[in-house]
Write a protein that binds this ligand. Structure first.
Ligand SMILES: Nc1ncnc2c1ncn2[C@@H]1O[C@H](COP(=O)(O)OP(=O)(O)OP(=O)(O)O)[C@@H](O)[C@H]1O
Ligand SMILES: O=C(O)C1=C[C@@H](O)[C@@H](O)[C@H](O)C1
Ligand SMILES: [Mg+2]
Length: 172
């Protein structure tokens, strides 16, 4: 059993929104490792960060991704920071991996109203988002087989790009 598509990218890129639509379009199940972690821990991600710390969260995430890659054959969305793990990046080899990219301005706009993302909860979300994106961009690209810049696309259009027979249009 292996996912048809693994979806990743920074917070607000649309992993959950687009992942669900993509699964609907393909008639397959959708799974999100953030949800698996919340279910396993019995508390929200913000509480895991506060009570147990980020390293504990990353260990749970590594396990959740490994389980998802083994046990799910639909669309699997990963948490925004899952690629920080070299073990996870190695496990993503040979999978079809969609990197949903989003620029800082649009990413901050999309995540701005939520308090559910502990890493973006600081005083300057824009600077935090940009440094997170800068640090992770090479890691997303290391594992991605498809990249879509989502800033000016609706979620439906992002799905269209992912499913284009020749792959997403570049630079248009
Ligand atoms: N292409 C898009 N155009 C406009 N809004 C979008 C698009 N994709 C997602 N959104 C909106 O941005 C917000 C964040 O989307 P979503 O929760 O799917 O992101 P995510 O990548 O799963 O984030 P996280 O890493 O926090 O789980 C939601 O309000 C969603 O409706
Ligand atoms: O970008 C990140 O590091 C995170 C993104 C979310 O999906 C969650 O996995 C968590 O809030 C951490
Ligand atoms: Mg999500």
């Amino acid at each position: 059993m292996t996912p048809k598509f693994v979806v990743l990218g920074p917070p607000g890129a649309g992993k959950t929104t687009v992942g669900l639509l993509l699964a609907e379009r393909l008639g397959v199940a959708f799974r999100d490792t953030d949800d698996d972690i919340v279910a396993a821990a019995g508390k929200p991600i913000s509480d895991i960060f506060t009570d147990d710390g980020e390293p504990a969260f990353r260990a749970m995430e590594e396990e959740a991704v490994a389980e998802g890659l083994k046990g799910h054959d639909g669309v699997l969305a990963l948490g925004g920071g899952a690629v920080l793990s070299a073990t996870t990046r190695a496990r993503l080899a040979d999978h079809t991996v969609v990197f949903l990219n989003v620029g800082t301005a649009e990413g901050v706009r999309r995540t701005g109203l939520s308090t559910a993302r502990p890493l973006l909860a600081g005083v300057n979300p824009r600077a935090t988002f940009k440094s997170l994106l800068d640090a992770r961009l090479p890691l997303y690209r290391e594992v991605a087989t498809i990249e879509v810049l989502t800033d000016d696309l609706t979620p439906e259009q992002v799905v269209d790009e992912v499913l284009r027979p020749t792959g997403p249009a570049q630079g248009t």
